[in-house]
Write a protein that binds this ligand. Structure first.
Ligand code: PLP
Length: 290
């Protein structure tokens, strides 16, 4: 509860991927609510084809020293020792992330055993609730990181919201609830709490493929409570201006006049790869896991 309260403080904000202290300072000045410290942004990791691990703690520490907003860092799925190392470093949040190569293809980290809050990715309600049951304080859509294609993030938030709405309508008896909880492999109490609230019991951010202010506002209008932006900002021609515009768009996501203003004259956006084009040729990050 305390950990999800910490994550609630990020609500409505934008979390930006940064690879240097200089980028972290730009993100903070632009109004980011937190930064994600990492060595390579997902667009570059995707190209590398290498094992992607936790970043060098020295590099994360330098970013922590450069800014006063919370700093997050990523660990591999199931790599509880990388998480122990980052907790010892006192990062503010840990992202157990499919953007890195998984260390364990079956088990995620038992996040309840840590004091530091975790964020995890999800594509559907079952996945989100399994991660929350393991102790995640925050959920983000998996999206398709590094592409600049927002469509997978849209798919994931629509799925999560749609399943909550559907089960709220259709699961009336204790037996039906118990059956669905069993199918989703989560405690029935957690499913009930979610359906009663009509939303996940922790903050639900968007991530994966967000590249423009309009993308951020789209995901907010679809029910996300904040946005992660990875490759989008520092792969564009005017990072400072775009970073500020995405923060504004996330705050004023229902104000078309404001969105018009902040969408204008931003220079070149990140190039982007459409999700369809990588369907056959490459493994999609969102499809890591089941
Ligand atoms: N996501 C990733 C990246 C995984 O590697 C795995 C499992 O190994 C999962 C998700 C599956 O977890 P679950 O079925 O509990 O959602």
């Amino acid at each position: 509860k305390i950990k999800s309260g910490l994550a609630q403080m990020l609500k409505g904000g934008v979390i930006m991927d940064v690879v240097t202290p200089e980028q972290a300072i730009i993100a903070e000045k632009a109004g980011a609510c937190a930064v994600m410290a990492l060595e390579k942004i997902p667009a570059d990791m995707r190209k590398s084809g290498q094992v992607c691990r936790m970043s060098d703690p020295k590099m994360i520490k330098d970013i922590m020293a450069a800014v006063s907003i919370p700093v997050m860092a990523k660990v591999r799925i199931g790599h509880f020792v990388e998480a122990q190392v980052l907790e010892a470093l006192e990062v503010d949040y840990i992202d157990e992330s499919e953007v890195l190569t998984p260390a364990d293809w079956k088990n995620h980290i038992k996040k309840n055993e840590f004091k530091v809050p975790f964020v995890c990715g999800a594509k559907d309600l079952g996945e989100a609730l399994r991660r929350i049951n393991e102790g995640a304080a925050m959920i983000r859509t998996k999206g398709e990181a590094g592409t600049g294609d927002v469509s997978e993030a849209v798919k994931h938030i629509t799925k999560i919201r749609g399943e909550i709405a559907e089960y709220k309508e259709t699961l009336k008896t204790e037996e039906q609830l118990a059956q669905k909880a069993k199918e989703l492999r989560v405690p029935v109490e957690l499913l009930k709490e979610t359906l009663e609230q009509g939303k996940l019991p922790v903050v639900n951010f968007a991530a994966g493929g967000v590249a423009t202010p309009a993308d951020a506002a789209l995901l907010m209008q679809l029910g996300c409570e904040g946005v992660f932006v990875g490759s989008g900002i520092f792969k564009s021609s005017h990072p400072e201006k775009l970073a500020r515009a995405i923060v504004e768009a996330t705050t004023h996501y229902n104000d078309a006049k404001k969105l018009l203003e902040v969408s204008s004259d931003l220079g070149e956006m990140m190039g982007g790869v459409c999700v369809e084009s990588i369907k056959q040729t490459d493994k999609r990050l969102a499809e890591i896991g089941w």
